[in-house]
Design a binder for this molecule. Sequence first.
Ligand SMILES: Cc1ncc(COP(=O)(O)O)c(C=O)c1O
Length: 397
Amino acid sequence: MFENLKPVAIDPILGLMVAFKADNRAEKIDLGVGVYQDDRGRTPVMASVKEAESRLMKLETTKSYQGMAGDPDYNQRMMELLLGKDHSILSTGRVKSIQAPGGSGALRVGAEVIRRARPESKLWVGIPTWPNHIPLLGSAGFDIKQYPYYDMDARQVDTEKMMETLRQVPVGDLVLLHGCCHNPTGADLTNEQWDSIADLALERGFIPFIDTAYQGLGNGLDQDAYGMRMMAERLPEVIIASSCSKNFGLYRERTGSITFIAETSEQADIVVSQAMSTARSIYSMPPAHGALLVSMVLGDPQLRSQWETELEEVRLRIKSMRNLLCDSLENNAAGMDFSHIKRQNGMFSFLGITTPQLERLRTEFGIYIVSSTRINLAGVNSNNIKHLTQSLLTVLE
Ligand SMILES: Cc1ncc(COP(=O)(O)O)c(C=O)c1O
């Protein structure tokens, strides 16, 4: 049987990680990997999470099965984090959430439920998008359509082309939107653009499927939630896939949730029963550990305030690295405008250099960047900024 299989090429980002590890140069820099790093290049466990972990060790009395929906306390607290504690929809019963194995698991469960509800619906994905969106959602069986999202030359959201395409989306189709900190471009929708897309969704009858993997890393926990909170208020149906990988640093614990907003509370109950049966048919139950930590951090005033402070430090460090890189390159260095890096949000931006320049950065200077030129700004730090700037200026000359 296995003789029929062909090897699958390694994911380019993982391939880059392998090459980076094998590189012996002390000055090497990894701007490819998609995780947060502090100024010393580490991806630490947050202190609030560590404290929750040590409390959990003492409090946990069983490892028995938890059920397909995961931890109810976590589900409630996640809805409050995403939508805001006082959001009017929370008391209507129209919104329901279940725990999922990371943002990826949440996206997949959401996609499977949509396929069960309306198999003829197509999914519209902005281009470019997180490279795993298409395999992850496409393998649920979606017919995937594209809408233009980013203007590579202007280095910003291509509002006109995006809206022009979204105006053609038929009733009942899904439109995938990034909640904040767009991966890979860093170019987020403004509040006005979110409002216009909500107007269009009401007019055309399409349904937003919002992927929010970076709440709190852009402009703040509430600011980053504008789009989904407004849509939850105005639209009859919204689906939100969320991840705690980045904002709680829980990457390997696979902690996420899938949230459904339905027209009525009865429909929301049915949707959630379908989501649980979907989970049962794929992985049965989500991993418990990360969700128990998140629930404890969000539910304990002292841990929560500590977590918010830590998250704010992460957010501000990324912002300061954006400013530092742009200023070190003196923006218009070698005739290139890097000011978009300052304007954009979250960990990523496109550098916008050529493939030969990218190659030179890797071979001559040990600077690893994925082929799209997406850089992780969290990979920049006070120790490597000089080498990074000098190398970039050299290849740009
Ligand atoms: C846009 C986007 N969505 C979803 C995810 C998936 O997150 P998780 O690691 O929680 O599965 C990521 C992770 O990089 C992401 O960038």
